[in-house]
Design a binder for this molecule. Structure first.
Ligand code: PEP
Ligand code: MG
Length: 581
């Protein structure tokens, strides 16, 4: 029977395909009897897996810096102790030997026994420790089976199956989304998530229709059910009947045609009706995206989110590997500016290779972005050296994320200076004039702009975080997503103040948050005086079309009224009026 679900639309377009449900890592393992002559080998296999996990935990522990939360070290020690306990390290060997079970099965039997014993304990703290046992068991299973993540399994299914697939998951991490680049799913839906979570941003950059916050979708949809996903309205139709399918296929075709028409603007300049030239740059996550940026007609890279180079891998990328990635982008852009943002890891962007587990209560307010880099100078320095080395091949700009304090800029510059000195000593070439800019995405930075215009060569407004921190709502949390409002007067005030402040100090200002790629915001930002936009390549031509149909002076008059309006309804009416002219 057909039914419809509603969620938050995060990436436009229509996807039609069969559902593929992603289930979290499970403890379902194969159960089989081992032949007598293979029992010893099976025991050796188990011991090797335990040793591998021991080494993994040791590395994790050793890589913790002094600044890491104390709880994290304790937590790793606890897991090492559980692993070393004969109940885990030895008892499964006895089960393999006596019952001839395969190693995974023996381990699961032992885990069930231990968990049952813990269930009996009255002390709530000790009872809770059964979760730690399960986590240790999961690590050993992973070492035994070389288990793939559910996303990797989904990719394998997509590769082996005809027709389009729509992924249905409880949640997807930005790292999961990166794997989507490898294979085009038709789209995805999740139970949780917010409109500017990094997962949603990646969906837009991949031009993948997506809906988040569908709540219990995963329980209501069956594997291989037909789905229509309308990423513009947030509507998901499950098991649609033939006429509805037909209607959406037609809509999808019409949208593709519309997109094709925009291509005629690819080589046109983004000049307003009254002659103001606007720069349209692209946001990218991986080096290969630079090609897509060029194809969309971007005249530079306004934001290279380098943290994505650090995801889905166990080891940090070396300086040389980073250098190659940055150089690839710089060369692809052939002399056009490439703004490389230093590592913005943390909050919803996690990387296994960074070896810190998040224990903070509010990771978005924690050791993220520039804070992380300044706490991990070796990682920061390696990245800065790689960026500077790439600057020899084109026009590179360094962008510092999440600055709020003058000393953060001073310290970052100190490390840039140190990286230059090291390269000088080695005789490694780099461009001497590499501009250093900062992201204005914490309200404190926007409110004390004077501090930063003196110290930085340019500014880039990160509206995603600026909205999150101004309105105190987690951008990835669907329960407060209804409060995420780019048109809140406080947000508009901070953006306009930053653009004006930059112009007054003759420091260029760009917007690289999601607002820059939203058609509804284009004229508003133009009217505030913005001259440089950076967005997903997928949105670039539509924004260009809006720019070439805008009279800047007229937009400026509208914006004055918008900035004076405080009532949400009036403000929205004025924005609609601006877009209608
Ligand atoms: C922003 O916050 O607006 C931004 C561009 O950075 P990110 O989305 O990567 O946090
Ligand atoms: Mg940000």
């Amino acid at each position: 029977m057909s039914f419809t679900l509603h969620g938050i639309p995060v990436s436009g377009g229509i996807a039609i395909g069969r559902a593929h449900l992603i289930t979290p890592v499970s403890l379902d393992v194969s159960h089989y009897l081992v032949e007598l002559e293979r029992v010893k080998d099976e025991m050796v296999r188990y011991t090797a897996a335990v040793q591998a996990v021991q080494a993994e935990l040791r590395t994790l522990h050793d890589s913790l810096s002094a600044a890491a939360p104390g709880d994290l070290g304790t937590f790793i020690d606890l897991h090492s102790m559980i692993l070393a306990d004969p109940m885990i390290s030895k008892e499964p060997l006895r089960i393999i030997e006596e019952r001839r079970c395969n190693a995974e099965w023996a381990l699961i039997q032992q885990m069930d026994t231990l968990v049952a014993q813990f269930e009996e304990i009255e002390d709530a703290y000790l009872r809770e420790r059964q979760n730690d046992i399960t986590q240790v068991v999961e690590r050993i299973l992973k070492a035994l089976t070389g288990a793939k993540s559910p996303i990797e399994s989904a990719l394998a299914k997509a590769r082996s199956q005809e027709g389009e697939m729509v992924v249905v998951a409880h949640d997807l991490s930005p790292a999961d989304m990166l794997l989507f680049k490898e294979h085009q799913f038709a789209g995805f839906v999740t139970d949780v998530g917010g409109p500017t979570s990094h997962t949603a941003i990646l969906a837009r950059s991949l031009a993948l229709p997506a809906i988040v916050a569908l709540h219990h979708a995963r329980e209501m949809i069956g594997e291989d059910d037909w789905l229509i996903l309308d990423g513009s309205s947030g509507v998901l139709i499950v098991a649609p009947d033939a006429p509805v399918l037909e209607e959406y296929r037609w809509k999808r075709g019409a949208m593709a045609l519309e997109k094709k028409k925009l291509e005629r603007l690819r080589h046109a300049s983004a000049t307003t009706l009254d002659g103001a030239e606007i720069e349209l740059h692209a946001n990218i996550e991986l080096p290969e995206d630079a090609i897509v940026a060029r194809e969309a007609g971007a005249t530079g890279i306004g934001l290279f989110r380098t943290e994505f180079l650090f995801m889905n891998r166990k080891e940090l990328p070396s300086e040389d590997e980073q250098f190659e990635s940055y150089r690839k982008v710089v060369e692809a852009m052939a002399g056009m500016p490439v703004t490389i943002r230093t590592l913005d890891i943390g909050a919803d962007k996690e990387a296994e290779s960074m070896a810190r587990e998040q224990t903070a209560l509010n990771p978005a307010l924690g050791l993220r972005a520039i804070r992380y880099c300044l706490a991990e100078p070796q990682i920061f320095l390696a990245q800065l050296r790689a960026i500077l080395r790439a600057s020899h091949y084109g026009k590179v700009k360094i962008l510092l994320p999440m600055i709020a304090h003058a000393h953060e800029v001073a310290q970052a510059k100190y490390f840039i200076g140190m990286a230059k000195e090291q390269l000088d000593i080695e005789g490694t070439p780099y461009a001497t004039e590499v501009q250093v800019g900062g992201m204005i995405e914490i309200p404190a930075a926007a409110l004390s702009l004077g501090l930063f215009v003196k110290k930085l060569d340019y500014l880039s407004i990160g509206t995603n975080d600026l909205i999150q921190y101004t309105l105190a709502i987690d951008r990835a949390d669907d329960e407060v997503a209804y409060l995420y409002d780019p048109l809140h007067p406080a947000v508009l005030g901070l953006i306009s103040q930053t653009i004006r402040g930059g112009a007054k100090a003759r420091v260029p200002v760009a917007v690289c948050g999601e607002m820059a790629g939203e058609l509804r915001m284009t004229r508003l930002l133009l009217g505030m005086g913005l001259k440089q936009f950076s967005m997903h390549p997928a949105n670039l031509l539509a924004v260009k079309q809006r720019i070439v149909g805008t009279e800047l002076a007229e937009a400026g008059e509208h914006v004055k009224r918008i900035l004076r309006a405080e009532e949400p309804d009036r403000l929205r009416d004025l924005v609609d009026a601006l877009n209608a002219c």
